[in-house]
Design a binder for this molecule. Structure first.
Ligand SMILES: [Zn+2]
Length: 455
């Protein structure tokens, strides 16, 4: 049974697993006072799944890693992505799994006959954000193959088809839209919309697919494929510190927080930075700056998050008072009402600050994704399977990050497992999970797959 309850986390990596750079970053992070020491290194003999995990991890580790930043640049359909996809195909072949690429470029490795229906599917993605970490995505794919190895070592008999999937273009780093592979499959993105996606070099998604050897002709909704799936379980590194704070290695996802993006345009009057008296200025930077602080305050009050991470300034001169400051707000909260309260509060404050400085304010909501509740029955089943031998209650946690599992949740029963990330850092080379926690994740996933596919 999975020892999902941990000792406090943050163990330095063993050689090669995970990356030494990530390990150093995690080890350098100050620990909260009174915490138990880091998990001791596990130098004992590895289980077959542990050994295969290490081997797979070491194979993937150099692919697409930028020598300067130490981060990963595995953009959809790029050379690095193609190397990752070749690796996936090799892993499928090495295990005697039936390999296929679906119409949207997602890769599948099947054990058993897909046509039998009610398949149990696990997996994640292999692409990355610019200078991303090693774990976001690959941990789920590598753990899926390792969990299958674990089940085979247990001599488990499968009563349902099992598949491992690598969803294409999850991060949206190249074409600006996340989860393209699963969105297309679920019908949330039409083929026409997808065909218009273009990268920074003017290359369209179909062109990029073609260049990587995938025929883009048939992209689009794939209801027949989804109809064959009884459950999808995605394992993912946690992108926060909830498990670290609770002292657990593995948790089950409850929901993906609702989130949105709003553009705030503060318009004032450009003028000379040296000759314009302070009292004569209409400086939009002032109301923008106050709004940034208001966002922090509103988010803190509500237990939500709010971030101004992107800004554009006109005319953008060192010696010019700006005429326009445009800032983008990203805000997320556990529920819709809280998110509304936070964003309304920020808008109200921005309006007051703008009035005080003679600034015109426009606020436009650019995108919004409502809360995604994972399938309650499947979530409860995961909790039961993970706690059945130990009696431990597996923590259930929400997340502010989007995932393929969230995209598919409206079509098929989906669930997620999170593996502890001691720093909570993600989308950065400092992203980290200790090897013992990764292996606890593999065992947890194996237990879940055994319970779902072998009953
Ligand atoms: Zn991810």
């Amino acid at each position: 049974m999975s020892p999902v309850r941990g000792e406090g986390g943050g163990a330095p990596a063993e050689a090669g697993v995970p990356s030494p750079a990530a390990g150093r970053a995690a080890a350098a992070r100050p620990r909260p006072a009174g915490r138990t020491p880091a998990v001791p290194r596990n130098d004992g003999p590895r289980s077959p799944a542990g050994a295969s995990f290490q081997e797979m991890w070491a194979e993937l580790l150099p692919i697409g890693r930028h020598p300067g930043s130490g981060g990963y640049r595995r953009y959809a359909w790029s050379g690095a992505d193609r190397e990752c996809r070749a690796w996936f195909e090799e892993q499928a072949g090495a295990r005697g799994l039936a390999y296929e690429v679906d119409r949207n470029g997602n890769q599948w490795a099947w054990l058993g006959d897909p046509a039998a229906g009610d398949a149990v599917v696990t997996g994640s993605h292999l692409d990355s954000v610019p200078d991303g970490g090693a774990f976001d995505g690959p941990l789920g794919v590598v753990s899926s193959f390792a969990a299958l190895d674990e089940l085979r070592a247990r001599k488990t008999r499968f009563t349902k088809p099992l598949a491992i999937v690598n969803f294409g273009d999850e991060e949206g780093a190249r074409f600006g839209l996340a989860c393209v592979g699963s969105r297309l499959t679920a019908g949330h993105l039409t083929a026409e919309q997808a065909r218009r996606l273009t990268d920074a070099d003017g290359v369209t998604l179909p062109r990029a697919m073609e260049a990587a050897g995938h025929d883009p002709e048939a992209i689009g909704a794939d209801p027949e494929r989804l109809a064959r799936i009884g459950a999808f379980v995605e394992l993912h590194v946690e992108q926060g510190r909830a498990l670290d704070l609770s002292g657990d290695r593995v948790g089950v996802a409850s929901a993906i927080w609702p989130h949105g993006r709003w553009r705030f345009d503060f318009r004032g009057e450009a003028n000379h930075a040296g000759t314009t008296r302070l009292v004569d200025r209409r400086d939009p930077m002032l109301s923008y700056a106050q709004t940034v602080l208001a966002a922090r305050r509103e988010a803190e009050l509500a237990g939500a998050v709010a971030t101004f991470g992107k800004i554009s300034v006109e005319p953008n001169g060192v010696n010019a008072i700006p005429s326009l400051v445009r800032g983008w707000l990203d805000s997320r909260a556990a529920d819709q009402a809280t998110l509304d309260t936070v964003v309304d509060g920020i808008r109200r404050a921005a309006g007051e600050y703008a009035d005080a400085h003679g600034i015109d304010l426009d606020v436009v909501r650019e995108s919004f994704t409502p809360v995604v509740e994972f399938d309650h029955a499947l979530r409860d089943e995961l909790g039961r399977l993970l706690g059945k031998d130990t009696g431990l209650v597996v923590p259930v946690l929400g997340t502010g990050a989007g995932h393929d599992a969230g995209i598919l949740s409206g079509r098929i029963p989906t669930a997620m497992l999170f593996v502890r990330n001691p720093t909570g850092v993600s989308h950065s080379p400092a992203e980290f999970a200790a090897e013992d926690d990764c292996l606890a994740g593999v065992r947890a996933l194996a237990d879940v797959l055994e319970g779902l596919a072998c009953t």
